[in-house]
Design a protein around this ligand. Structure first.
Ligand code: SF4
Length: 293
């Protein structure tokens, strides 16, 4: 190619480029569907380019960032871990994870975990633990409980809360375990909650403690109350079950097991129902529910 012909071609290309720039500046270049005029498109698929536009509109938020989570929750959690470091709350010594016979056969341990949780509702850990000691001395297996009459069972568990109802529930549940589960307990939440006297909170704790399988957060009155005080729920919740669903919506799954133990003990020692010790609490400056005096 001659030098003269090359010069002519360069000149023609420059005129085309200048014309295009002028149109860009005056807004005359029509946008093509799919954004083909994007200088950075580089022939990328349409779907990817649309995502980039939406991304810019939302100021760079990703799906993960858009998901709601409570303010300061990581700091709240770390502070509660610090306050619970001594592990000296009643739940640490006498909770459901401590009341069963460690040397018993696996299915007997699981039955004892279930029974201790059934006894624990509306009952202080000290009272539950004492009742479990009496039951274990008597013999706490499916067969032994089915041989025991209601009067004796009542005397063994008294004074746990609602002890008369619990005698009935323990008998019916134990009978179902023997007839339907070969003396073991169910290994899933839907079947556990069908047992008389077993609700969702209890079922999730049974799954965690007896089966070592975290199926959900065990939310009792302490977890329910503290989650609302710390605003760990997007809007105020009325029941522990509502709180469980609200927490499971944002809380990382690897915390689900720890959170029950942590908040129950914290609720027993510091963030108590009627007179929380806010002045001694490490969260006092970042807790929306803190009492100021
Ligand atoms: S500041 Fe008070 S209400 Fe808040 S977590 Fe601590 S004890 Fe509970």
């Amino acid at each position: 190619m001659s030098a003269a012909r090359s010069a002519v071609r360069r000149s023609a290309r420059n005129r085309v480029l200048e014309g295009a720039r002028g149109k860009e500046q005056s807004g005359h270049i029509a946008q093509q569907p799919g954004g083909n005029n994007d200088k950075n498109s580089g022939g990328e698929p349409r779907a990817k380019r649309r995502v980039q536009v939406e991304y810019e509109k939302t100021g760079g938020n990703t799906d993960k960032k858009l998901k709601w989570e409570p303010s300061n929750w990581r700091q709240h959690l770390e502070n509660i871990r610090q306050m619970r470091i001594a592990r000296d709350a009643p739940v640490d010594q006498m909770g459901a994870g401590k009341c069963f016979d460690q040397s018993a056969a696996p299915e007997v341990k699981r039955y004892q975990v279930l029974l201790s949780l059934m006894l624990s509702s509306q009952t202080r850990d000290q009272v539950t633990s004492a009742a479990m000691c009496r039951l274990r001395e008597h013999g706490l297996t499916v067969n032994k409980i089915l041989e025991t009459d209601d009067d004796t069972l009542g005397k063994l568990i008294y004074p746990v809360g609602f002890w008369k109802n619990k005698v009935k529930n323990i008998r019916q549940t134990t009978l179902i375990l023997q007839e339907k589960y070969g003396g073991d307990i169910p290994d899933n939440v839907p079947e556990l909650v069908k047992l008389p006297g077993v609700g969702p909170k209890m079922a999730h704790l049974v799954m965690d403690i007896a089966w070592n399988n975290v199926s959900g957060i065990g939310v009792d009155v302490h977890v329910h109350r503290i989650s609302n005080r710390l605003r760990w729920v997007k809007k105020e919740t009325k029941t522990p079950e509502e709180t469980r669903m609200a927490l499971e919506d944002w809380m990382p799954r690897d915390l689900w097991s720890e959170i029950n133990w942590l908040l129950v003990g914290f609720g027993q020692q510091v963030c108590q129902p009627t007179s929380p010790q806010c002045t001694n609490c490490l969260n006092k400056d970042i807790c929306p529910g803190a009492k100021k005096k």
